[in-house]
Structures are given as C-alpha cells and as structure tokens.
Design a protein around this ligand. Structure first.
Ligand SMILES: [Zn+2]
Length: 77
C-alpha cells in the first residue's frame, strides 16, 4: 500500500472495516477487483496490519490473468 493513499488512522483490517474502507487490488494486466475484508480477516485476523505486509500481496491472485501480487490501494466505500 502506498503511504500517500493511506489514511493515517488505518493500520489493521479491523480499522478498515469499521471505518468503511475497502481494499482494491490492481493487477499489471489492468484488471482491478475489490477485496473482501471479511475473507481477509478470516484468513489473517482482524489485528492484521496490512501496511507494508507482503504476505497479503502474495496471497492474492488476479482472477483475470492468474498472476500474483499486483498493487493494493485503500478507498472509502
Ligand atoms: Zn491480471
């Protein structure tokens, strides 16, 4: 996650969810998809700090081209 895109008070998946933000993944092929926070919380835990965390990126696969690890951004819902 690029730091300039991140609201300063958001650090964990639970923070994102309670603030009504969403994570979007952008692939190099141009495809973008919103990421299901509930699925991520179930997988990594609600205290998971997504900032600079490469595990999250590695766990994501583009549904269009199948490549791993695009770019993640945070957006208000
Ligand atoms: Zn792709």
């Amino acid at each position: 996650v690029e730091d300039r895109l991140r609201p300063k008070h958001l650090e964990t998946l639970a923070d994102l969810k309670s603030a009504g933000y969403r994570l979007y993944g952008y692939c190099y092929c141009g495809h973008s998809q919103s990421l299901d926070l509930d699925v991520l919380i179930k997988r990594f835990g609600s205290d998971y700090a997504f900032i600079g965390e490469k595990r999250t990126l590695r766990a994501l696969r583009c549904s269009t081209c199948g490549r791993l690890a695009g770019q993640i951004t945070v957006k208000p819902r």
